[in-house]
Design a protein around this ligand. Structure first.
Ligand SMILES: [Zn+2]
Length: 321
């Protein structure tokens, strides 16, 4: 009796108390609590026989091949940039004559621009070389390069060949061919080194004792080339390999009191006068001469017989160098 009444009562209470969804959840909890298996939730044990362990297959473990060890390239020590700017002196109109020195030690290559103020591309090429060496310090490793981009700053400002005193600085050096009694039309000054600019260059040469010198000028096209004084033929030939300019043992006219005669012939310092074609713009001149100037910096100096110009040659001022 009780067995029939109780389920009846229980069902009734159950229906009253819980709604349909809760009823389902309740039934589910009862089933789980009773340990009844739910299909698909647990494997049914079929027999009590001991389970044989599955043999473990030892698969080879993939080991990625080791990267080949590349021997490190021998790294050369970083090339240090070293630059020093000095004022060699001042011009007749008190403009500074600057010299930029690259490198700490080693033989010196001296490079001069704008002896003549009406040859501005010579200063531009010298300045381009300064910019190039600033960003390419390996170009002067183990040596020094001294660059005076503007020997004649007054002339460059005025656009004149001579300085502000009207003196052609490239005739004002104490060369063996400076006229003993300068005539009136001589533009090289009343006596050697009468000009402050000349003194500035002389001071640089005496203090630096350069192994070789390149003095940059310009002249009308057809007369341009690598002119040399003193033991500088090989240097001029080497520069010609890079700029393609003709080799000029002589400019074809006397150059009394010129820097080339004083430095190359008299002092026996290999001296090249690089004559740019005057009609070419600065960019062209730099493009044509960058490698020639870098080759001049690398070129080992010395060891050549001296070329001595004829000091008895009658002088006249030339139109170029
Ligand atoms: Zn010149």
């Amino acid at each position: 009796m009780e067995a029939q009444i109780l389920p009846e009562f229980t069902r009734d209470m159950f229906n009253r108390v819980v709604d349909r969804r809760s009823r389902f959840a309740y039934v589910l909890r009862v089933i789980v609590a009773a340990g009844l298996p739910l299909a698909g939730c647990a494997p049914q044990q079929q027999s009590l026989a001991p389970v044989q362990p599955t043999p473990v297959v030892q698969r080879p473990i993939y080991v990625p091949p080791a990267k080949p060890v590349v021997p490190a390239k021998p790294t050369s020590p970083p090339v240090a940039h070293h630059e020093n700017v000095t004022i060699l002196g001042t011009s007749a109109e008190d403009r500074a004559i600057e010299m930029v020195m690259f490198g700490r030690s080693g033989e010196v290559t001296l490079i001069l621009g704008a002896f003549h103020g009406n040859e501005p591309t010579s200063a531009d090429v010298a300045r381009e070389l300064i910019r190039h060496l600033r960003s390419n310090p390996h170009a002067y490793q183990g040596r020094r390069v001294a660059i005076v981009p503007t020997v004649n700053p007054d002339g460059l400002a005025l656009g004149t060949r001579a300085n502000a005193d009207g003196v052609d600085l490239n005739r004002n050096f104490p060369a063996s061919n400076f006229p003993a009694d300068p005539p009136r039309n001589f533009e090289g000054g009343p006596y050697p080194v009468s000009e402050r600019e000349t003194l500035a260059v002389l001071t640089a040469v005496r203090e630096l004792q350069p192994a070789k010198i390149v003095s940059i000028h310009s002249i009308r096209r057809g007369e341009h080339g690598n002119n040399y004084d003193g033991p500088a033929r090989a240097l001029a030939v080497e520069m010609g390999r890079h700029n393609g300019y003709p080799l000029l043992p002589s400019m074809g006219y006397p150059t009394p009191g010129s820097f080339g005669v004083w430095a190359g012939v008299d002092q026996r310092i290999p001296t090249v006068t690089l004559e740019l074609p005057r009609e070419a713009d600065s960019e062209t001149c730099w493009r044509e001469n960058r490698e020639a100037l870098l080759a001049a910096i690398r070129f080992p100096a010395g060891g050549e017989p001296v070329h001595v110009s004829d000091p008895t040659q009658a002088y006249r001022t030339g139109s170029g160098k």
